[in-house]
Ligand binder design. Structure first.
Ligand code: HSE
Length: 328
């Protein structure tokens, strides 16, 4: 039987998680997608730095080896930043390859364009890993909350900032020691300013906005405040009042009907749905007009949680693709 041939762009924290998961769970995945799985090609900047790749996998810097290979069915993209990711994915789609991405900055900016292109080329895009790490929030909204009109979202969308705020409170340590810990765990971006200044949470919020409200708010209606000036004293003072400081991303409509969004610190008490979300966990609290309030919680960063979201996208994509063939 013809295998599903995979290309992987990027072998950092997330890419390694995907590579290892495809190996560790190969049998189960093959059963789910109904075909052998082959990691055909890996595109990385420095092939010489990665010695532990199976010999049958082509490790190269040249993306044309993927674009010109009609046997490659799907591309997992796990690099950071808008470029070259956007240009690469655009070319992959034009070469009729399905794509699965974890790149939030790129997808917050170019997601719509890629979705339109994918539908023109009759391929599919999985992007659950862009938002809230291992929590399957994109698929849940797409597949299971179709009839509900979601009225607003409030969420913890950055694992690093939540980890830092929790560590500062629990261990009474400084902001910079907590950031060092988050970096050691591999949660923070290569440029941690993206995390601590709220850009990363903002990108994820914009992806949710596109999905739920089919547009993004005007940038002048978005407040974005980071956590870098937070002191352990302020966190301890709130603790004595029974409150916790959380970095919360929100989106909804104001009284005039404008879509507004914010990413900022908020002191929340026990009753708040995000109060108990600790460490690297993320949570998304949404209000659907039929179901009411829902909260989804889980690991928001890290190699395997993010890989999990990409691998689940892969299973959905190929299960659906192949189902008509199996039935026919
Ligand atoms: N730096 C990101 C975070 C990684 O901490 O949430 C996951 O997107």
């Amino acid at each position: 039987m013809r295998p599903i041939n995979i290309a992987l762009i990027g072998l950092g924290t997330v890419g390694c998680g995907v590579y290892q998961t495809l190996h560790i769970h190969q049998q189960r995945l093959e059963k789910l997608v109904g075909a052998p799985i082959n990691i055909s090609t890996i595109i990385i900047e420095h092939p010489d730095k990665h010695q532990k790749i199976a010999a049958k996998t082509n490790v190269t810097t040249d993306v044309n080896t993927v674009l010109n290979n009609p046997e490659i069915d799907v591309v997992f993209e796990a690099i950071v930043g808008k470029e070259p990711a956007f240009s690469l994915l655009r070319k992959c789609i034009q070469a009729k390859k399905h794509v699965i991405t974890s790149n939030k900055e790129m997808f917050a900016t170019h997601g719509d364009e890629l979705k339109n292109l994918a539908s023109r080329y009759n391929v599919r895009i999985g992007y659950d890993a862009t938002t809230a790490g291992g929590i399957p929030i994109i698929q849940t909204i797409q597949q299971l909350l179709k009839a509900n009109q979601i009225q607003y979202v409030q969420a913890i969308l950055n694992g690093t900032t939540n980890f830092i705020l929790s560590a500062m409170r629990e261990k009474n340590i400084t902001f910079s020691s907590a950031l060092d810990e988050a970096q050691n765990w591999g949660y923070a971006e290569s440029n941690p300013e993206n995390d601590i200044d709220g850009f990363d949470a903002f990108y994820k919020l914009m992806i949710l906005s596109d999905l739920i409200f089919e547009k993004q708010p005007d940038i002048e209606h978005v407040t974005r405040v980071g956590i870098r000036n937070t002191t352990e004293e302020s966190i301890q003072a709130l603790q004595t009042e029974g409150k916790r400081l959380k970095h919360i991303a929100k989106i909804g409509h104001d009284a005039a009907g404008n879509l507004t969004a914010s990413v900022e610190l908020e002191a929340v008490s026990k009753e708040h749905p995000l109060y108990a979300v600790e460490g690297v966990n993320n949570a998304i609290h949404i209000k659907g007009d039929i179901v009411g309030d829902l909260t989804f919680t889980g690991p928001g960063a890290g190699s395997f949680p993010t890989a999990s979201a990409m691998i689940e996208d892969f299973c959905i994509l190929f299960k659906k693709e192949r189902a008509p063939i199996a039935i026919g």
